[in-house]
Write a protein that binds this ligand. Structure first.
Ligand code: GLU
Length: 618
């Protein structure tokens, strides 16, 4: 999940590496480090591991050190092997200090390889799997006498998905990179005598106009005068080159020192304008032509739709599936991508898979896309990043257009994905001439969502703060909902876990008496979403049962109701009686409550412990 960035150029590249790492930091911020080659062909390594913003700290150390360099590699870490400290921070040296490496992924045969190295008399300093790669390359270099062959041998020895960039003192001003198995791979590009490699095209957007996506078994070599990608036989390979589409909405570079202003707060507030853009593009315009990216024939001939994703994207997938079944009466299924990546798809030629991954880099989802395509299913990904692997590897992709989401917990990409699912339904219903009446009403109601959403967003922060106290003071939090509100309570619960670090769970309302009731007491808070189209009296009965177990109750309902109000410690009312739209609105208070609870607990809501924005390891 880490970020890798390397650069060789005609002038000092150290500040470019910092800029690249700053863009990658959202992928993992346990620590950051870089290795710079000095004029006398030595390596200087700088590391930072004691801040939630390690690249800022690294940048300050670099300024102080006054080191300049024409070649270097940098890394932002998301620890898998060994705790977060300077020893485990990348880059790692080999035993002779001739090789310096940065690594993304997991060496699955770590145990075997570390025993092998120990038998060879190598001292291993860190607890990372990554350090082994540096030693192995050094060992192989000694026996083969050629760095390229040494790298290919090591690449064949590593099990698991790994991406590596390395420098050797023997070949100055040169960076090597390789990928094993299904690891995300490296992206390379060049401009004006500067050459770059990175684990993420996003990091190259400010430096290059186009990039190439390399694949496993490719060896990338960038130097001060060339960029080469070769195979094991030393023959050039020709990786897919794409022009980088620059995101005009991307204002993430504004957020350099955001320890005090929280990005998530800004991203929550941007949801209304994000939704308006999708409505204008996908719903208001000619319905038959709203999705030129989609192969209509393939989609319409599908008998089954599979929605897949992980985390918030999985909850969006759950919503998409319920929506398609309800509005289009099509058979659907929801799969975690980590499961779908190994599953057999029944009648794949009659199946469309919607793969949801806002970053487009989620390793499990990329694998699920690969598996589904290999079996012959039609795969449409829903992404925020057009330069991403998911977009490139799918048959078609739909761009959300919300603008880069930086804060780790998804907010605006989640609501935008729910809206995108509605837009696809409206498009398909118009092609199939289905449920015209419902669809007309849905479109009319979407015209009014602007107003509805602004009201929810504008709801007094003091109220959210007051209510969030119930959550932050609770030992356990439970979310309950029914039908289309179920994905929303799942998402609300995930937000609380992610950014407030509170033990939280979500259930279908009817499940309460089948187990979770046992956990209810005065130290628990229940958040219940009561949406339109459901039996409100049954929900009121559930609230009564909860109240009699002394738990705190927060409700979010579509209508004012005195019984609900009497039973709740606090009740939010979002006046909207469209059952498809209400879930999009009702997730906003949950996002705000999670944010405020994190603040109550003194946590940084943008950088939750142990998480990263993009999960690039399986
Ligand atoms: N497995 C390596 C480590 O724990 C790399 C993790 C990453 O991808 O950031 O350092």
């Amino acid at each position: 999940m880490c970020g890798i960035f390397g650069c060789v150029g005609e002038k000092d590249v150290s500040s470019l590496i910092i800029k690249g790492l700053k863009r990658l930091e959202y992928r993992g911020y346990d620590s950051a480090g870089l290795c710079l080659e000095t004029d006398d062909s030595n390596f200087e390594i700088l590391k930072s591991s004691n801040s939630n913003y390690p690249v800022d700290v690294l940048s300050k150390s670099l300024e102080k050190s006054k080191i300049t360099s024409n070649a270097g590699i940098g890394h932002t870490r998301w620890a898998t092997h060994g705790p977060i400290n300077n020893i485990n921070t990348h880059p790692h040296f080999s035993y002779s200090k001739n090789i310096s490496i940065v690594h993304n992924g997991i060496v699955e045969n770590y145990d075997f390889l570390s025993k092998f190295l120990i038998r060879k008399g190598v001292n291993i300093f860190s607890q990372t799997d990554s350090e082994l790669i540096a030693h192995l390359v050094d060992l192989m270099l000694c026996s083969k006498g050629n760095l390229k062959s040494a790298i290919f041998s090591v690449s064949n020895m590593l099990e698991g998905s790994n991406t590596v960039a390395l420098m050797s003192k023997e070949i100055p001003q040169t960076i090597f990179g390789f990928t094993t198995n299904s690891s995300g791979g490296l992206v390379v590009g060049e401009k004006n005598n500067y050459r770059f490699l990175s684990s993420d095209s996003y990091a190259l957007e400010n430096f290059c106009d186009s990039v190439s996506f390399t694949s496993k078994d490719d060896l990338v070599i960038i130097s001060n005068n060339s960029l080469k990608v070769i195979d094991q036989n030393n023959l050039p390979t020709f990786p897919k080159n794409i022009n980088l589409i620059k995101d005009n909405n991307d204002n993430s570079d504004e957020f350099k020192d955001l320890q005090t202003n929280f990005i998530i707060e800004k991203e929550i507030s941007e949801q209304n304008s994000a939704l308006k853009k999708i409505i204008a593009k996908r719903i208001l315009d000619k319905p038959h032509d709203a999705f030129p990216e989609i192969n209509r024939h393939r989609l319409l001939s599908s008998r089954k739709i599979i929605f897949t994703g992980m985390g918030s994207s999985y909850h969006a997938a759950q919503y998409g599936s319920l929506l398609f079944e309800d509005l289009l009466e099509i058979d659907t299924k929801v799969e975690f991508s980590s499961e779908l990546k190994n599953k057999k798809i029944i009648s794949p030629d009659q199946t469309t898979v919607f793969a949801i991954t806002q970053s487009g880099e989620t390793a499990d989802t990329i694998e699920a896309i690969r598996n589904a395509k290999q079996q012959g299913a039609y795969v449409i990904s829903i992404v925020e990043e057009s330069n991403s692997k998911a977009a490139i590897n799918s048959d078609s992709y739909l761009l959300l257009g919300t603008g880069k989401e930086i804060s780790v917990a998804a907010t605006k990409t989640f609501t935008s994905t729910l809206l995108m699912c509605n837009s696809i339904c409206i498009y398909l219903a118009s092609l199939l001439d289905k449920n015209n009446h419902l669809i007309t009403r849905l479109k009319e109601d979407f015209m009014k969502i602007d107003n509805n959403m602004q009201k929810v967003l504008d709801c007094c922060d003091y109220d959210y703060l007051k209510v969030s106290k119930f959550i932050s003071d609770s030992e356990k939090v439970f979310f309950i909902g029914k039908n289309l509100s179920f994905p929303i309570v799942n998402e609300g619960s995930l937000k609380i876990q992610e950014i407030s670090k509170i033990n939280s769970n979500s259930f279908i309302e009817g499940e309460l008496k089948h187990g979770p009731n046992a956990l209810l007491d005065k130290n628990s808070t229940i958040i219940s979403i009561i949406g339109p189209g459901e039996n409100i009296n049954k929900s009121i009965s559930s609230l009564r049962e909860i109240a009699s177990r002394n738990a705190n109750i927060i409700t979010i309902s579509f209508v004012e109701n005195s019984e609900i109000q009497d039973l709740s410690n606090y009740s939010f009312v979002i006046e909207n009686n469209n059952k498809y739209i209400f879930p999009i609105l009702s997730v906003i208070p949950l996002q705000k409550l999670a944010f405020m609870s994190a603040l109550n607990l003194g946590l940084d809501p943008d950088r939750p412990q142990n998480l990263a924005k993009t999960v690039t390891v399986e």
